[in-house]
Design a protein around this ligand. Structure first.
Ligand code: SF4
Length: 466
């Protein structure tokens, strides 16, 4: 329950009114959330009960194809885009997993949060693990793996909610496999809930004692400086008269906030996760290097009369296994897939780490904080790449149904150019916080330019090279 304390508050604008509207309509928001839960359950469960779609099935006449398109073709890329545009509105207002987790926490045991949940590496590990596993079982193509991966995650969210916290989203805060990615994207959002420290302190001295805001993702309201952890639920809007929804520059958080508390695991997620694991996961089906490696390994095995890796077909929940669709992975295929994705992640990740290190040293003596701050400037290009990779699946689905969008290549080039430019500008601005010498800053920018070019090379190969 929130008691709003109005002090010397800035004039009310449209964004502030939207925030206050959210705060006052939590009941209605919960209805919307439960409607999304219903749609989510139908899209996830019904396709498993239906026969596999034939080769002539379309998005508009086959429910399984429709559900696939909605999940992976629209929902996933659009949630990423929306998070970069308006913050984690999806998490706070619509996400079925968040709603279920909070609901079960409201009626659960309310236990203390285990210390190991709070390890900062979980979002990165969970993202890499689910991305890799999703490729092994073809989660985008078949309903059973989708139910296993998404349903498993929802079940885990419900169980964690039931066991820990009271009316909190412990799962979302610490363990959600996409929470880390959403947290990075939200840093680019031109909207956030801003805390006015002066008004907050003033409210502590005068006025009635305010009530308590239930911030489900456990954001420390008083010290909140960015949009990364906030789910944009609006509950704290107007709290102490100091919090309001407000516009900001999309570059503000990365330049002025991200460097305050270096987060090494976020660097790993950007450099090895979004720019590495994700690239490998989108690449392998189109990559001639993947095929060449597989052929080479198969020949060596045959020469050595070791045939079992070519003859074992693990079940669908280990590796893709749909003989009726002529889509089956052998043990060797699976091993090469995992190798390819991890090798891509390591090769790209270490190359970019090296370039980031050079940029860091160009600006002065080694400083880990500066290194991690510079890594944050790569968020635009890393996110744009992942969005393009995901939307490639949407476009492939549309193409299968005879819908071709001739302007797509131009849109891809424009997005990569804009994101690269944005990352470049952020690098320049961040370098200015650490060094005044233009020469040193230009050398750092050149190194960052090579890092941005490395990211672009992966997408160039996928869309135009192979
Ligand atoms: S800080 Fe918490 S309560 Fe406030 S909008 Fe964000 S998630 Fe909601």
């Amino acid at each position: 329950m929130t008691t709003t304390v109005f002090l010397s508050r800035p004039q009310c604008d449209v964004w502030q009114r939207i925030g206050d509207w959210l705060a006052g309509h939590q009941r209605q928001i919960r209805w919307v959330q439960w409607s999304v839960v219903l749609v989510y359950a139908v899209l996830l469960v019904v396709p498993v009960l239906l026969p596999m779609p034939g080769n002539t099935a379309h998005i508009w006449d086959d429910f399984t194809r429709f559900a696939q398109f909605v999940f992976w073709g629209i929902w996933w890329p659009m949630v990423l885009l929306a998070t970069a545009l308006v913050g984690r509105v999806w998490c706070g207002l619509l996400c079925p997993e968040g709603a279920i987790s909070e609901f079960s926490s409201r009626h659960g045991r309310g236990g203390g949060i285990p210390r190991w949940f709070k390890w900062n590496g979980w979002p990165t590990i969970a993202f890499a693990g689910t991305t890799l596993y999703g490729q092994m079982v073809s989660v985008y193509q078949y309903p059973k793996p989708a139910l296993l991966v998404l349903g498993g995650s929802t079940l885990a969210a419900a169980v964690v909610g039931y066991l820990y916290g009271k009316e909190k989203r412990v799962w979302c805060r610490y363990l959600c496999p996409v929470g880390g990615v959403f947290g990075l994207l939200a840093k680019l959002a031109p909207l956030h809930f801003r805390v006015d420290q002066e008004i907050w302190q003033q409210s502590q001295r005068v006025g009635p004692k305010p009530g308590v805001v239930n911030c489900a993702p456990l954001v420390p309201l008083k010290t909140m400086r960015g949009a990364s952890d906030c789910h944009m639920c609006g509950r704290c809007s107007g709290f102490r008269g100091a919090i309001r929804l407000a516009r900001r520059s999309p570059s503000h958080e990365i330049v002025h906030v991200a460097g305050e508390h270096p987060k090494p695991w976020e660097t790993v997620l950007i450099v090895f996760g979004l720019m590495g694991v994700a690239v490998g996961a989108f690449h392998w089906t189109a990559s001639p290097w993947f095929n060449a490696t597989k052929l080479w390994a198969a020949e060596r095995l045959v020469e050595s009369s070791v045939l079992w890796p070519l003859e074992i077909f693990p079940p669908w929940w280990v590796l893709t296994n749909y003989p009726e669709r002529s889509d089956v992975l052998t043990l060797l295929d699976g091993a090469i897939l995992v190798f390819y994705v991890l090798a891509t992640a390591l090769a790209v990740g270490f190359a970019i780490t090296l370039l980031l290190s050079i940029a860091t040293l160009c600006l002065g003596r080694w400083n880990p904080g500066r290194f991690h701050h510079l890594a944050q400037t790569l968020i635009p290009i890393a996110s744009a790449g992942v969005f393009l990779g995901l939307s490639a699946f949407s476009l492939a689905q549309l193409r299968m149904d005879g819908i071709d969008l001739p302007w797509v290549d131009y849109a891809r080039v424009a997005m990569l150019v804009l994101a690269s430019g944005w990352s470049g500008v952020l690098s320049w601005r961040v370098s200015g916080l650490y060094c005044r010498g233009k020469g040193r800053r230009l050398m750092a920018l050149a190194s960052m330019g090579f890092a941005i070019a490395t990211a672009n090379t992966g997408w160039f190969l996928l869309f135009w090279g192979w």
